[in-house]
Design a protein around this ligand. Structure first.
Ligand code: PLP
Length: 365
């Protein structure tokens, strides 16, 4: 059921916010995903009444009945985006309409009710307005926003829940890399896959992440930082990392990313890079690319750089690829020149240091 009227996210202020000095200490060195602001946005959906009870409320735990459906059947979706403070103090979102639309598509795939994109954006604006002092400034810092929705009905029958909770929390984030951008080692798993045709790979849902954790452990056992998944049917075609899309750069200026086949998540960062590529004199190519072609290209030198991309870490250079047959170093094993330039170009737009030619930014404060 879709409500015709926009939801209101009225502020119910936290009577016990952190003190300015406590907050300043966190913003000084926020880390990632461990500190949360004073408020959260919430809304409830029921089959009978649609979306209602929306508000910005003090941050705090949910009371969860042990029979709550999400704990048993994982009916849940989420998003991840950031609020950036510009040098003049204003606060902006980057392509948040894309996150709003993807949240709606993810929800539909998981048989969850759709939250109208305007309400998704309204919840974020309401939350950031309440916690404006939590948006850090400078460097590579931001306020990471985590909207999510889950089956909150207490019922063990297997069907789409009749009660659903939406929430958005916010967490100040520092530079993803504590000491400069560090290229990562990638394990290409042939034991595990993350998503199959007809499955949930194109939806941003917790279940995909749960399925990827064991492969992440396999990567760690091989001395790698992250895992690269291949397609489920043939274990032949490159797909993506557990939470980031992937790009290859060739010496003749092609910027190649696996095409969206239904089992790859359509990243906002991936799409932004496709758009920026031509401005950089690179030729963006979306196509199937096999693991074998990738390894051969690295050995012959035709592929000069490889990187992963996503909102949290922006662009992460890949130092080497590893599989059962051995290792291949990417270029010199250091962050590639084009990779570094793309990372800077994208962040310059997000932080207001470069012109926003594509109208990607939306001011919220
Ligand atoms: C979120 C996510 C990405 C990156 O998407 P962005 O919109 O760029 O942050 C890539 N792959 C998976 C599986 C993801 O969940």
């Amino acid at each position: 059921m879709q409500n015709a009227l926009a939801l209101e996210f009225e502020q119910r202020r936290n009577p016990h916010p952190l003190s300015p000095s406590e907050r300043a200490a966190i913003l000084d060195d926020p880390g990632f995903g461990t500190n949360f602001t004073d408020h959260m946005a919430v809304a409830t959906w029921t089959q009978a009444d649609g979306w209602h009870d929306s508000a910005v409320v003090p941050y705090g735990p949910f009371a969860i009945d042990p029979a709550t459906a999400v704990l048993h059947y994982a009916q849940e979706v989420f998003e991840g985006l950031k609020a950036y403070r510009h040098p003049d103090g204003s606060v902006w979102l980057f392509r948040a309409d894309r996150n709003a639309d993807r949240f709606a598509r993810s929800a539909a795939r998981l048989a969850l009710p759709v939250l109208a994109p305007a309400d998704f954006l309204g919840s974020i604006e309401g939350l950031v307005a309440a916690d404006l002092d939590w948006v850090p400034s400078g460097g590579e810092k931001s306020l990471y926003l985590r909207p999510f929705m889950f089956a909150s009905e207490a019922f063990l029958g297997v069907r789409a829940a009749h009660r659903v909770t939406y929430c958005c929390i916010a967490s100040p984030a520092g530079s993803y890399f504590a000491s400069g951008v560090k290229p990562v080692k990638i394990w290409i798993s042939t034991t595990y896959t993350r998503a199959a045709s007809g499955g949930t790979g194109a939806a941003k849902c917790g279940g995909n992440y749960a399925a990827s954790l064991i492969a992440q452990q396999e990567a760690a056992e091989h001395g790698c930082d992250q895992v690269m998944f291949a397609d489920a049917a043939e274990h032949t075609w490159l797909e993506e990392l557990g939470g980031m899309n992937v790009y290859l750069i060739t010496t003749d200026g092609e910027l190649i990313t696996p095409e969206l086949t239904g089992s790859i998540l359509e990243g906002v960062t991936r799409d932004s890079i496709l758009t920026l590529a031509s401005e950089w004199g690179l030729n963006p190519v979306e196509r199937r690319i096999s693991v074998a072609e990738t390894l051969d290209g690295l050995r012959s030198g035709r592929i000069s750089e490889v990187f992963a991309c996503g909102t949290a870490a922006v662009i992460t250079p890949i130092a080497s690829l590893h599989n059962d047959e051995g290792d291949v170093v990417v270029g010199s094993g250091e962050a590639g020149e084009v990779t570094s330039a793309l990372r800077t170009a994208l962040m310059d737009i997000q932080y207001g240091r470069a012109e926003d030619r594509h109208n990607w930014l939306r001011q919220i404060a």
